[in-house]
Design a protein around this ligand. Sequence first.
Ligand code: PMP
Ligand code: GLU
Length: 391
Amino acid sequence: MRILATIKVMKPVLAKRLESLEESATLALNARVKQMVAAGETIYNLTAGELDGDTPAYIQQAVAKTLHLNKYTPVPGMPALREAIARHASDFYDVPFSPAQAVVTAGAKPALGAAFLALLNPGDEVIVPTPAWVSYNHLIELAGGRVVEVPLTDRWDLDVRAIAKAITPRTRAIIVNSPHNPTGAVFTSASQRELAKLLTGRPITVIADDIYNKLVFTRSFQPITKLGFKPDQLVIINGWSKSQALTGWRIGYVLAHPDVAAAITALLSHFTGNAAVPSQQAALTALAAGDVPGKLETLRHRRDLVAQGLKRIPKLNFVTPGGAFYFMIDLRTVTSDSAAWCEQLLTKYHVALVPGEAFSAPGFARLSFAADDATLQSAISAIAQAVTKKD
Ligand code: PMP
Ligand code: GLU
């Protein structure tokens, strides 16, 4: 004991670039709730940005046969996988993509991070429509960029007039994420066409985060390439975390101009190297089967269940999502402090939602409907109680 007491504990000095970095609020909250559940509490956990259920059986079976493969693959991915991505994307987007444009990454997050590192010089601005998924701002700032937040409209569509006003000579990129996290919105074709027009001839890259583009419930969804954007202007981010429920397998990709793809490859060659081989095999298997999500009809049913339930709760407002698996609930008639309200909802009513603060949207809370019917129904009853409570 005495020896320990004499050791002077030095506080580690962290790099300045990490000073304003916080852990992903969604992942941190999900981990906290899982710990509460492990400790024996009953919590209706609607924080998760991941589908419930196991790895799809067809992927388990196919990957099990390849476990002897243990060697590095090329950094941007196995040639067969890059070819399959290019073929699938050419079909989906109706624009030719070559394998040289595809870089396979360990999830969509490194694809985004590498894209920002490849594109941004210090002080370059990136327009981030808000509410926005938690990681964009941190990844942009880590790459030396400056975040310029521009709110979506009340109906969660791109506000192209506001975007036009936010453009400066330093604007280097804009994020378009449709279907959108955290609102589940599918942006209208009209607003995206208007944005494409606004960006024509400007050196602004559209970072199209298409990770939810297989989880769509509305016919109005159109792939971004069909809305007037020039293919060279796009950097497309995607992966299999959401379409195939493979969040833990860490497998995604970026599609970009071959020069950008080569720059990202050089970057990743020093950072992660190739994505894990079994995960690449899983992606190859998914693409060979058309990358069809297994749960779309279940998700649509759950969306409708939640919409009906929330409609019956006085004071709560929401826009029914057209894709992904999130509702953004407007709490502004219920509380002036959504973070505190969500904390109380968790500790007193045992329902976990993500407060809007995590998405630059105070006054709201995100509900993930990637949960079974019974959990959703119990959670909605508890939310109704919390909203109408007298205390
Ligand atoms: N973009 C969005 C909008 C997301 O919701 C997520 C979910 N984590 C990601 C990117 C990152 O996906 P991944 O888990 O494949 O890194
Ligand atoms: N994208 C998911 C979410 O928004 C997963 C968590 C994360 O990656 O931050 O909850």
